[in-house]
Write a protein of this length. Structure first.
Length: 339
């Protein structure tokens, strides 16, 4: 048991009370209707269910050496080349290709893409490099054309070549996913092997016999789009990416760098000239007749103030204040002879 609250608060998981592993649906038919947002689960199966059209073979490899088991399947393809893909319903992208499979799928050019998109619910939140695929398909049905194709950045965990890629909810929009997990003996499946099939979503939810229903809650970064809306969005994104590439190319060109260098030089020269002009203005002011007259007036005022202070000051000696030299008045002499 794990506490999802902290992951939900960090936007690393959608709002949810818990999670279910695929092993919870052992021996059952799991149906996920991405158009009507309904999950259907059958009662335990006791016999095989016929494949409706085209089915891929489901296996449970580990996600890299010594890591947990995941659900993977055959049947998917990119640009007509088949892949083994992990099914990750929490991944809101379309298709992610891992580096060990890039060369064999002929995706070296697509793998040079520099644009990125951030996925909150993968590996605790990671960026992926975004390119474009001509087609992403399951069996003979093309699920999307001219669609986003993603490649792992260093922050993305990789499966060490155990499978080629991961498919997510972005590729399932408008379709119904059927997972037949009957007779799946974990960890190694035995015959009859579980299978995956994908079909366009009907206008009303499909209701298998003796099933139970739930609701698919859309992630905050996942939106249902019609094929026409998806095509327009992808075209707009492609145009925006092209504009960014052209702008980046322009900024990195020798001509633009020369223009920037010239502009910086001009700014430096103008600053120097302004500083030089200010110094010259101040020197001119100091040498002007007006300034000289002000200085002469100030010196005269200081001299007069000093003279006035000297005239009114009193001399001091070591005994204190010295009184002015004043002669006493002569005293009248009286006759003291007795009469």
């Amino acid at each position: 048991m794990i506490d999802l609250a902290s992951m939900v608060n960090k936007n690393q998981m959608p709002q949810a009370d818990g999670t279910l592993a695929y092993s919870a649906f052992k021996d059952r038919l799991l149906q996920m209707d991405y158009k009507n947002h309904v999950v259907s689960v059958s009662e335990p199966l006791t016999s095989n269910v016929a494949c409706p059209k085209f089915c891929g073979d489901v296996t449970m490899p580990t996600f890299g050496k010594g890591r947990p088991h995941v659900l993977a399947t055959t049947g998917f393809s990119v640009n007509g080349k088949p892949i083994i893909a992990q099914i990750d319903t929490l991944y809101s992208g379309t298709m992610l290709i891992y580096r060990d499979s890039v060369a064999k799928l002929g995706l070296q050019q697509e793998n040079t893409a520099t644009a990125t998109r951030f996925f909150n619910f993968t590996d605790g939140g990671v960026p992926m490099r975004e390119s474009k695929a001509h087609t992403e398909a399951f069996g003979h049905d093309v699920l999307a054309r001219n669609v986003a194709l993603f490649f792992a950045t260093p922050q993305v965990h990789v499966p060490d070549g155990m499978f080629d890629g991961t498919v997510g909810a972005g590729l399932f929009v408008g379709h119904v996913i059927h997972l037949d997990l009957h007779a799946n003996h974990y960890p190694a499946p035995v015959k009859p092997a579980p299978v995956l099939s994908i079909a366009p979503a009907p206008s009303e939810p499909v209701q298998p016999e003796a099933n139970r229903h739930g609701t698919i809650v859309r992630h905050r970064d996942q939106v249902d789009l019609t094929p026409e809306q998806r095509a327009r969005m992808e075209a707009d994104m492609a145009a925006a990416r092209e504009q960014i590439r052209e702008a980046t190319k322009k900024f990195q060109s020798p001509e633009f760098k020369k223009q920037m260098a010239d502009m910086q030089r001009q700014v430096a020269e103008a600053t120097k000239q302004m500083q030089s002009a200010e110094v010259q203005r101040q020197m001119k002011m100091l040498q002007s007749p007006e300034f000289k007259k002000q200085m002469a007036d100030m010196q005269r005022q200081i001299k007069e103030a000093t003279k006035q202070f000297d005239n009114h000051s009193m001399r001091l000696d070591g005994k204190g204040i010295q009184q002015p030299d004043v002669q006493p008045a002569p005293m009248e002499k009286k006759d003291s002879t007795p009469r």
